[in-house]
Design a protein around this ligand. Structure first.
Ligand SMILES: [Zn+2]
Length: 322
C-alpha cells in the first residue's frame, strides 16, 4: 500500500437508477479531450494526436484529439483573474493552431475540505477525473498526461494504475504518455517550433513567462540546451543559464532523482561534461544536506520565518560543492 497511514472508507450508495445507464448517441461517438496546462506532458499528449496547422512536421500521430481542457483553481488561484485570462489567451491560441476545441472550468475544490488530502501525492487525479466527467455528454475519453514513465512510476495522485479506475460507462479515463520519460517527451515537443514557443512549465510568475530559475524550469532548460533548442524555446530566459546553476538544485524525493537521472543520461549521450558535473554535484549535495534542508523546509509553517526559507536553502546548497 502506498500510504499505510490511510484507512479504507466504506462508501454506501442508495442504489442505481437503471434508466440512466444507457449511453447516449453523442457518447457513443468517440471523442477525446485532454487536460492541458501548457507543460511538457500536455504538449506531448497533444502533439501525438495533432500537428500545428502551420507546421509540416511528421510527428508520429497515434490517435484523435478533439478538445483541450484547463482548470482555473488548480495552478492559478481563483483570486488571480488577470493571470487566468492570460492562460485563456494561451489556450485560445493553442486551440486555434491545433484545430481543437478549448474548454475552461473554474472550481473552488482546493478551498474545500478536499484540499486536506495530499494534492500531489494522492488526490489531484481524482479531481481531474471528476471534472472530466462533467464533459461526458460531449466526449467519451479523457486523457490525463503522465508525470513519470513506466516502469519507473512513483506513488502519485495521477497514476497509470489508478486513473483508469475513475472511468464510467460514459467516460474512459486514460493515463496518457507513460511510455515516455520526461526527456523523451521534451525531445518530441522540441520538434515543433510553435509548441516550444508556447511551452509553459512553471507558474511561479503567474501567467507570465516561465521563471527560468526554479527546479522545474532548470530541468526543462537543461534538456532543451542539450538538444540545442534554447533559441527556439522563447518562453524561457536563457541569459543567466549556466551549468553552475544546476549545482544549487535540491533533489527532495525519488521523483526529483528520477528526473535528474534522465537528464544525466542525456548529458552523457551528448558528452556535455559541464552539465554532467553540475547535475552530479546537485545529486551529491542533496544527499549530504537532506536532513538540514528538511529542517529548513519546516520553516514554511512558522510566521515571518517562512519568507527566508528559500533563501536559506539556496545559501546552504551554494555554500560548497561536494
Ligand atoms: Zn520556474
Amino acid at each position: 500500500m502506498w500510504y499505510p497511514q490511510l484507512t479504507i472508507v466504506d462508501v454506501k450508495h442508495g442504489g442505481i437508477d437503471q434508466s440512466n445507464l444507457s449511453v447516449t448517441s453523442e457518447q457513443s461517438t468517440k471523442k477525446t479531450v485532454a487536460l492541458f496546462s501548457g507543460g511538457v506532458d500536455s504538449f506531448y499528449t497533444l502533439l501525438r494526436r495533432r500537428t500545428p496547422k502551420n507546421e509540416g512536421t511528421t510527428l508520429p500521430v497515434i490517435g484523435e484529439l478533439h478538445g483541450i481542457l484547463n482548470v482555473w483553481g488548480f495552478d492559478i488561484p481563483l483570486d488571480k483573474e488577470d493571470e487566468y485570462r492570460e492562460i485563456e489567451n494561451l489556450l485560445d491560441s493553442v486551440s486555434a493552431a491545433y484545430g481543437v476545441k478549448n474548454h475552461s472550468v473554474k472550481t473552488n475544490i482546493k478551498q474545500t475540505r478536499f484540499s486536506r488530502a495530499l494534492w500531489g501525492g494522492l488526490s489531484h487525479g481524482a479531481a481531474l477525473a471528476g471534472i472530466g466527467h462533467l464533459f461526458s455528454n460531449d466526449y467519451s475519453e479523457l486523457l490525463i498526461g503522465s508525470s513519470h514513465a513506466l516502469p519507473d512510476l512513483q506513488r502519485w495522485g495521477s497514476h497509470a494504475l489508478t486513473d483508469p479506475l475513475f472511468s464510467s460507462m460514459g467516460m474512459t479515463i486514460v493515463h496518457d504518455g507513460a511510455n515516455a520519460s520526461r526527456v523523451e517527451k521534451t525531445s518530441l515537443v522540441a520538434q515543433s517550433t510553435y509548441s516550444l514557443q508556447k511551452l509553459r512549465v512553471c507558474w511561479k510568475h503567474g501567467a507570465a513567462n516561465n521563471c527560468s530559475s526554479c527546479p522545474k524550469c532548470l530541468r526543462t532548460m537543461t534538456t532543451l540546451k542539450l538538444l540545442g533548442k534554447e533559441k527556439e524555446a522563447s518562453s524561457f530566459d536563457f541569459s543567466n543559464f549556466s551549468p553552475k546553476l544546476l549545482t544549487t538544485l535540491h533533489l527532495q524525493d525519488a521523483s526529483d532523482v528520477s528526473f535528474i537521472d534522465e537528464i544525466l543520461d542525456l548529458a552523457a549521450e551528448y558528452k556535455n561534461k559541464e552539465i554532467l558535473e553540475g547535475l552530479q554535484t546537485a545529486k551529491n549535495k542533496s544527499k549530504v544536506y537532506s536532513t538540514l534542508v528538511n529542517v529548513l523546509g519546516k520553516l514554511q509553517a512558522l510566521p515571518f520565518v517562512w519568507r527566508y526559507r528559500e533563501k536559506l536553502i539556496k545559501s546552504v546548497l551554494s555554500s560548497r560543492t561536494t
